[in-house]
Design a protein. Structure first.
Length: 280
């Protein structure tokens, strides 16, 4: 079996244009949300009457996991937005798990070769539960725009090429003896993210360059230090346990304890810093 060597490079973010301000950046994540059994067994909102969740992030981090030995490199990037700079165990955190930076960069670049996309289309179409379908009405993970002056959307589904997870560990806790964390995870289901900056993936002349004339993305592409990450997103929130049960065909699935919708954005530069929390 071929062994792959991985280098885990922990970085945190500095705001675009700020060189040394570790963890800073700008962004938002808000929307109607409900979480059952959140605080000492009491809910925060209900499916019929959700509450207005606002992450109000002030700390932005990135965690590249670099594959240096694989025949087909698959450099992963985990982006996180936290309410504050405290540890993740006592924080509300939104994670974006980019499973293969090169494939995401190819989707963003939108290059074609004689009209054929150079990003991976072999995974076919993604259903909202994260399973692979073969045709519409399921949607392809890389949604190219109608005109060249726009950027593509990446379909967000559980276990997709960009997987999203919300862990509200600060909002949901128990004050019983001793204080305890209430473990609940919401995942993105049937939504989109649009990267306006993903390192060098967006070509400066992309808006005026036909897809067949665009430069290729290298197989070992990664967002380098000081590279900018900027995106907008919107997605439905689904209980991670329910999504896993659907994927694994476990019937009946567990009762959902979290749901709703979130939308927002982030904008920061990657900076070296203390270790960031790995995607759960």
């Amino acid at each position: 079996m071929l062994k792959r060597s991985l280098i885990l490079v922990a970085v945190v973010a500095g705001s675009a244009g700020a060189c040394n301000d570790i963890g800073s950046g700008s962004g938002s994540a808000m929307g109607p949300l409900w979480i059952l059994g959140c605080r000492d067994g009491k809910p925060l909102g209900t499916p019929d009457k959700p509450y207005g969740f606002d992450l109000e992030p002030t700390f932005f981090a990135g965690e590249p996991i670099e594959d240096i030995a694989g025949v087909l490199p698959s450099n992963r990037l985990i982006i996180s937005m936290r309410r504050n700079g405290n540890s993740v165990e006592i924080n509300d955190t939104l994670y974006f798990d980019v499973r293969d930076s090169a494939q995401i960069a190819r989707c963003i670049r939108g290059r074609t070769d004689n009209g054929v996309p150079d990003w991976d289309t072999s995974s076919g179409y993604l259903s909202p539960d994260g399973t692979v379908a073969t045709a519409p009405p399921a949607l392809p993970w890389c949604m190219q725009p109608a005109t060249i002056d726009e950027l593509p959307q990446i379909h967000l589904v559980p276990f997709g090429p960009v997987a999203v997870s919300l862990q509200p560990l600060a909002s949901c806790h128990s004050t019983m003896h001793p204080p305890a964390i209430v473990s609940v995870t919401g995942v993105a289901s049937d939504g989109y993210i649009t990267f306006t900056d993903f390192g060098t993936a967006v070509d400066a002349k992309q808006a005026i360059t036909p897809p067949d004339a665009r430069a290729a993305i290298e197989p070992d592409f990664k967002v380098a230090y000081d590279g900018r990450l900027q995106a907008t997103f919107q997605f439905n929130v689904e209980d991670g346990r329910v999504a896993a049960a659907v994927r694994d065909k476990v019937l009946p699935p567990p009762q959902a304890v979290i749901g709703g919708m979130l939308s927002g954005n982030f904008d920061f530069d990657l900076k070296r810093g203390r270790v960031a929390q790995t995607f759960p």
